[in-house]
Write a protein that binds this ligand. Structure first.
Ligand SMILES: *[C@@H]1O[C@H](CO)[C@@H](O)[C@H](O)[C@H]1NC(C)=O
Ligand SMILES: *[C@@H]1O[C@H](CO)[C@@H](O)[C@H](O)[C@H]1NC(C)=O
Ligand SMILES: *[C@@H]1O[C@H](CO)[C@@H](O)[C@H](O)[C@H]1NC(C)=O
Ligand SMILES: *[C@@H]1O[C@H](CO)[C@@H](O)[C@H](O)[C@H]1NC(C)=O
Ligand SMILES: *[C@@H]1O[C@H](CO)[C@@H](O)[C@H](O)[C@H]1NC(C)=O
Length: 337
């Protein structure tokens, strides 16, 4: 982890140097800390965003998981370009993996506020990154620095959505992360976000009743947890709604961001198979052990991996645009006609 921390500090120093030397021109093609402040276009953008997130968070703590999921869905598919926010019959929102995503209302509210304070300046992609940072910080993660200056993309297609299903194996999840330029440490770290998440019964029914065609529960799930989850998720779906189950049975409704997810993995108390499978790989197991024992290590790694995810395929400089409404490209925006 040391080499990555060093890289991150170097990037931070870089951003500072341009401030110290008083340079107003920002480096092209890169995101920077406090883009809108340096650029003098929206000095208080981070305060405005945080205030709106707090208003929602005080009433609905599940907003943290919703925004994390939204950011993941955006960044892993065609980069962090706010393509997940675009409306349309064939947009990313409409892909089967993305049905049920939430958080759009908050992003739209933030955009409305920013359009009244600093019109036409702040990208939807930056809003999503800043709002997610604030929501996870409210739940107990570090308030990591978010580089800004992203611009919004023009395209969004359900066909480009390659997000894996929650019942994927850890090998496949790792291959997927690597295909996006992330690694084992990012995978284990970001799976830790499951500490505030939930899932639908249909993704775990096989683990509870017919694991790998055996007619029994997954032997890698603690018996007491199997019994408890069977009550929440009956074997016969007919007549039952597909209930949701907290991925961290300990923090549950409090949505606290802790490292207890990793302790549960070690205790065979993970809900999703992919989480439990972290113990199968030598390296992923070591990282899970480290995080279970040290909350600070997990917090620090979380900040770095969120930052790496938030910089996947960003559009900067003359690429993309600043949307006036996050649901539409400016060309298709009915409010601009
Ligand atoms: C701020 O950034 C925008 C977009 O990159 C650029 O067009 C504008 O010139 C910048 N303004 C200042 C004052 O640097
Ligand atoms: C953006 O578009 C959505 C969908 O049409 C609409 O509900 C929302 O009010 C619009 N927001 C703004 C700021 O115009
Ligand atoms: C699932 O079953 C197949 C065939 O019976 C076996 O080869 C494989 O190892 C099993 N996988 C797990 C995870 O138990
Ligand atoms: C599931 O429940 C429905 C209605 O309660 C019943 O008709 C059906 O036979 C059940 N299926 C199984 C596999 O038990
Ligand atoms: C969640 O965190 C808050 C603040 O740190 C604490 O007061 C609360 O007891 C925690 N809840 C649980 C269930 O751990």
């Amino acid at each position: 982890m040391t080499h990555r921390s060093a890289f991150f500090i170097a990037v931070l120093l870089c951003a500072c140097i341009s401030v110290v030397s008083g340079a107003i021109t920002l480096p092209p093609g890169a995101t920077v800390l406090h883009f809108y402040k340096l650029n003098n276009t929206c000095k208080y953008v981070e305060e405005f965003v945080k205030h709106q997130v707090k208003l929602v968070w005080e009433k609905d703590k599940s907003i943290t998981a919703a925004l994390l999921r939204l950011l993941y869905s955006d960044c892993f598919v065609t980069g962090c370009d706010a393509s997940i926010l675009l409306d349309g019959k064939d947009s990313e929102k409409m892909a089967p993996q993305n049905l049920g995503l939430r958080g759009f209302v908050l992003i739209d509210k933030i955009k409305t506020v920013l359009e009244s304070r600093c019109p036409g300046v702040v990208s939807c992609a930056d809003i999503l990154n800043l709002a997610t940072r604030d929501a996870v910080a409210m739940a107990g993660a570090p308030a990591y620095p978010v580089f800004t200056g992203r611009r919004d993309g023009f395209k969004s297609s359900a066909k480009s959505v390659d997000l894996p299903s929650p019942d994927i194996t850890v090998q496949k999840a790792l291959a997927y992360f690597k295909s996006k330029g992330l690694d084992e440490l990012d995978l284990v770290t970001l799976l830790g976000a499951h500490t505030v998440g939930s899932t639908h019964c249909h993704y775990i029914r096989n683990r509870l009743y017919n694991f790998n065609g055996t007619g029994n529960a997954d032997p890698n799930m603690k018996k007491s947890l199997v019994n408890q989850l069977r009550k929440q998720c009956p074997s016969n779906l007919t007549g039952h709604s597909d209930s949701t189950v907290f991925l961290n049975q300990e923090s549950g409704k409090s949505y606290n961001f802790t490292n207890s997810y990793f302790s549960q993995v070690l205790e065979k108390e993970a809900i999703l198979e992919v989480d439990q499978q972290l113990l199968l790989g030598g390296e992923t197991k070591d990282i899970a052990l480290e995080f279970a024992q040290g909350f600070e290590d997990f917090r620090r790694s979380f900040a770095l991996s969120m930052s790496r995810m938030g910089n996947l395929g960003v559009l900067t400089g003359k690429n993309g645009e600043i949307r006036r409404n996050c649901s539409y490209t400016n060309k298709d925006n009915p409010y601009l006609k």
